[in-house]
Design a binder for this molecule. Structure first.
Ligand SMILES: O=c1ccn([C@H]2C[C@H](O)[C@@H](COP(=O)(O)OP(=O)(O)OP(=O)(O)O)O2)c(=O)[nH]1
Length: 168
């Protein structure tokens, strides 16, 4: 990371009228020695997470295979925030490797190890080595709504149209 990125205080959330949350990160034994998530550029939205597969024991994802890759970290988000586990576009574009469940949802009350559920949509084996950057975390505010059961919903111009109803 550039030292400029480190010195600048987080700005994007402040633009939206919120102050940046503090996310507590716990390094798990299998994450020993790996870099913790960090923003690589001043206004990056995501922080890369790394594969905590054992040293010298790379994981091989054959075409079509998927695997829940450990990251060696657990986090505590403050209430009202979520983390999204998203694919890295470079891996997607170059290798066809993405997250099956993108964006993965990390709940504020989850304390287990973060995992990246990778799938290899490419035509070649994809090798994951210890420390490889396999996904990125985006921290975002989230609401818990009140759900209210009703008999009828208000009418709209769209009505029940969806799934391409407006054409291509
Ligand atoms: O890509 C992901 C998605 C989820 N999780 C963790 C954090 C999240 O809080 C927990 C549960 O995820 P989710 O709610 O999507 O899973 P579920 O299948 O609905 O399981 P549960 O019944 O445990 O909520 O799993 C990850 O580590 N990586």
């Amino acid at each position: 990371m550039s030292s400029t990125a480190m010195k600048e205080k987080p700005r994007a959330a402040e633009t939206a009228g919120l102050s940046a949350p503090t996310v507590r990160v716990k390094r798990l034994p299998q994450g020993e020695g790996l870099d913790l998530p960090r923003y690589e550029t001043a206004l990056a939205a995501g922080c890369d997470v790394r594969a905590a597969v054992p040293e010298g024991e790379p994981l091989v994802l054959k075409p079509g295979e998927r695997f829940m890759v450990p990251t060696g970290i657990a986090i505590a988000l403050p209430p009202g925030w979520e983390a999204q586990m998203r694919p890295r576009s470079g891996l997607a574009a170059r290798r066809g490797v993405t997250c099956v469940n993108a964006p993965g949802t990390i709940d504020a009350d989850y304390r287990g190890e973060l995992k990246v559920i990778l799938i290899n949509h490419g035509a070649e084996d994809f090798v994951v080595r210890r420390g490889d950057r396999i996904g990125q975390l985006v921290i975002a505010p989230v609401w818990q709504a009140r759900f209210e059961e009703v008999e009828t919903l208000d009418e709209t111009a769209r009505g029940e149209g969806g799934f391409g109803s407006t054409g291509v």
